[in-house]
Each structure stands twice: as C-alpha cells, then as structure tokens.
Write a protein that binds this ligand. Sequence first.
Ligand code: NI
Length: 395
Amino acid sequence: MHLLEQIKKYAHENASNVVAMRRHLHAHPELSYQEFETAAFITRQLKTLGLEPITMAGTGIVAEIRGKNPERKTIALRADIDALPIMEANNVAYKSSNNGVMHACGHDVHTSSLLGTAYILTAVKEKFEGTVRLIFQPGEEKHPGGATLMIKEGALNNPVPASIIGQHVFPLLPVGKIGFRTGKYMASSDEIYIRVIGKGGHGAAPELAIDPVVIASHLIIGLQQVISRNASPKKPSVLTFGKVVANGATNIIPDDVQLAGTFRTLDEEWRKEALKKIRVMAATLAESMGGKAEITISEGYPCLENNRELTERIRHDAEQYVGKENTVDIDITMGSEDFAYYSQVIPASFYRLGTRNEAKGITSYVHTPTFDIDEDALTIGPGLMAWMAVNELTR
Ligand code: NI
C-alpha cells in the first residue's frame, strides 16, 4: 500500500478518537500558562503511543517520533494549547465546564489534531526517514507568547529543525478546504498606552486649566496621520484606540486621560519607524497644547512570514491529500500569532484548516462565545499534517 493510502487508513481508524480528545479538551479549557491538566492529558496520550514527552516552559510539551535513520533530518509540527477568558454560549454536550474559560480559538482542535498526527506517524514510522518533533506550546493568547518561551528553552535546538509547520482553524473557510498564503501573512501587534496629562479644573473656566480631553482628542485624530500619510499605501498598517478614559464630568475637566490602542503592520522595518513616529507625534502634539503625554509601548508578536518554498511544497502535499479544488489562497490578515517567532528562526509555514459549515449553522468567528467547528475538519487535519511531515522529511 502506498504511504498516502496508509496515512489515510490510520487517520480514518483514529478519527473518532481525535473527536473524543477534542471534546475532552474543549470541555476542560485552561487559560494561558495555566494549562496544567491539558499538559498532563497530552503527556498521557503521547506516552500511550510509546513516545517520551518532555516538559518545557512550564506547561509546554515536546516529543519526537523517530523514523528510520532518525538523524537524517528533523522537522517540527506545532500546536498551541491554551484557551480564552470567554463564557461559552454554545449548548453542546462538550460545553466548557470551566466557568468563564473557553476554547474559542480552536486550540483544542489544534492539540487533538496534532495528537492524531502523532498516532498516524507512530504507526508508519518504519516508512519514513528522519525525525518529527511535536511542539505543544502554552500561552499563544497572552504576551510574551508561549512560542518565545519554548524557543528560549530549546524547542528548536539539538538539532535545529529544517522547517516548522503550524495549523489553525478558520471559520471563514468551509470545512474541507485548506487555505495557504506565501510570504507575509499575519501582522505584528503592539500595544500602545498614552497618558495625556493636563491640569484639571472647572468646566466653565477652561482658561485656568489645561484640558487633557481636548488634547487626547487631537492625539486620536492626529496619530491617524501615521497610517494615512507616513505609511506607504502599499504597506498595510492599522492603529486603533479602543479605550479612552477621561474621568471628569459635565462640568469638571479631569487631570489626565488614558488612551489604549493597538498598532499592527506586516513590515518589520516600518513597524520600528511607526512606533518612533507615534512616540514623537504624541509627545510634541501634547506639548504644543500645554500638556504632556506619557507613552508606553508594549511590543507584541512580530509579523508572520510564511516561507515561500516550504509553503509551496506543503500546498502541493495538500493538493494530493484533499484535491487541488480544495486548496485555496487566503488573504493577509491583521490578526497576529506567536507562531511568527518560529518564523524568525527557521523556515515556517502556517496554514488554515476550514471549519465553517453554514448548513449546520457553524459560522461564528474565533474569540466569540458561540465559536465552534464542524468536526469533520478533524477527519482531515491529522492525516494532512502527517502527510506534509513525511514529505518534508524526504526532501
Ligand atoms: Ni489561535
């Protein structure tokens, strides 16, 4: 039997087990860096397969599946394992039993899918040469990002994998479809906090005060120029202030105003420059109006760059696995992902697993209380990733 057929056979044989694992994880979500039960569950599953998982970065897990001639080449597959602080609104048998915590970004799917991949690769390990490293990482949803911690603790060392592949659910893509994008794919994400300091006073006597509300209003409008006039129109970027706190009253000018926002772009050079411009413009604008601006920037995840050659290769694998008609191009997104950190170290590719099903009413976006997936996606994800892995090892 050809290896592709074997992988499909093992994927089929293990499909209900993968769904059961996904439902277990979905019912027992844990927040970033607190994934203790989740990590224990993953460890148990990997040991059942005869693997030797090791713990990293607190709740992260790495395990290797060694084929014939394991030193020949190593490639890595990654899943993230954490959940979000959201109260689940779905009425399903596997609804979250951890109040206020929910797998609303599909990390339960990524984890169970990679465990499914581990099952398949273990079953066919006599049929490939080299080593597949499985990386189950914590804290994708929270700075500094579990990926940085895993890299720091050596998840990409001894030996350095030739490439790394990540899979993510995608509620905009119908189940059965797989989405790819070469080159720049996801944005960097930095948090911007500005405290505008004026001088409080009576609302009826502004000449005796320095009104930070008016200054903050100018900043909100003025800083948009960084996007509209300084950024190249060919380079997407976005600046959004979603939080503005001015705690005065109808007749009270407050002492200060707090702004909090996010800056995102797909270009690392422009990112550095833009953050500088934001600092300078906020400070000088505030100063020109008699106030002061204290600017704090919390730098987040970098841009995610999908290695062109790797992405083309695994897309070709996907065409063989699900058919050419089921592999599609996807657009860039201004969302961000800590998988980007891996892409800064080794060739990386992050592709999307379609999970939408309008007929079944499964359309909610990630990070919402009604997010869910069509579990038919789990009949594809594990085998597809196994097929990509064995092909990468032969190249
Ligand atoms: Ni996610």
